[in-house]
Write a protein that binds this ligand. Sequence first.
Ligand SMILES: O=C(O)CCC(=O)C(=O)O
Ligand SMILES: [Fe+2]
Length: 349
Amino acid sequence: MPDPHRPTIDFESIPVIDVSSLADPDGPSAECVDRLGEAARGVGFLLIVNHGVADETFSSMHEASQRFFAQPEAVKQQVYIGNSTNHRGYVPVGEEVFAGATPDLKEAFDLSIDLPADHPEYVAGNPLLGPNQWPDVPGFREAVMTYYDEVFTLGSRLLAAFARYLDLDPDTFLGSVTQPPSQLRLIHYPYNPDAEDRPGIGAHTDYEALTLLKPTAPGLEVMNGRGEWIEVPYREDAIVVNIGDLLEVWTNGAFVATSHRVRKVSQERYSYPLFFTVDYDTVVAPLTFSGSHDSAYEPMHSGEHLFAQTAQSFAYLRRRIADGEVALPEGARPLYSLGREHALVGESR
Ligand SMILES: O=C(O)CCC(=O)C(=O)O
Ligand SMILES: [Fe+2]
């Protein structure tokens, strides 16, 4: 049944927003806050320009990533994600399988906040916190972490602006951001002339609060309220931002986690999403703010939601669950139960 409290998302295009004022010491302009909030409310996807992430920071990271993926498979496997207990490392083609769908045609390298091996969370077995695995590629770690830090700063500013839009204290969301397992993925979609039958990434919503993504080519599409796929235009100077599951719950559905996919790619493509989340143990419950309605969502444990979703889609974690080495958090939602279009999208990611 349609929820009358949720906005219709009959959009035909993705808004492009100049966010230069986000870096102002006095805070962003009222116009910037309004445009960001309206886009989060109506579309759940936006392109931001003048975002302050230096071209040089991006190109150094991209170049390091290309050098990593160009290595022989056996070398990349030395940092296989299944070597880690906190979900870091190389994800080969076929590792991720979504709800019975065809495996995506992509390989990836997953990293996150780099905590020391003696960090209490890691020692206690937290499934998402701890050190990264680093490949033996000169300059890789520095280039990737510099990019991580710059985009992380931008994500923090966006979260403060979204809070302002809802007339909340700018620190409302950021109060739960001290050592979050926000993941940066380096994704490589190889050139494949037979790509017709396989999506780059099937339809899904993102699990975190906010995603900041920089692709190197077109291919990303988002679903509007009528179930039509709308192309996200490719702009070299833009970062794509989208709302994830956590912000949808937190804003009680005022912001939407919009389903998206990467259509069949026959050209080589790289894409760099930073999935900005909050501290592992944050329980996200719908907020009350001016204009909000009765709560339409159950509170959600952010870290367990993220881990449960991840564990259901990665082959190495499915094996660990089957072998009893790892358990799914109690009450874990099945894959992709959130997002307004899941009924239209059905099972596939
Ligand atoms: O490659 C892209 O442009 C999108 C990737 C994506 O949606 C994801 O990894 O969640
Ligand atoms: Fe995504």
